[in-house]
Ligand binder design. Sequence first.
Ligand SMILES: [Cu+2]
Length: 68
Amino acid sequence: MTTITYKIPNISCSHCIHTIKTEVGELPGVKKVEGSVESRLVTIGYDDPATREQIEALLAEIDYPVEK
Ligand SMILES: [Cu+2]
């Protein structure tokens, strides 16, 4: 499993974390989504067929773009 941590500045409350967990968790291959409101960090664990590009594109689409 590949694990990646993103800083997502748009996170402002636990509902944001819930939305991200639900949406990203539906991508085939995503195994784990954990996040913190305080740090605005989200850690995602995934395997094939999910890709980093796909995860980042989805986050941007749901209005939680990752900080690069
Ligand atoms: Cu929120």
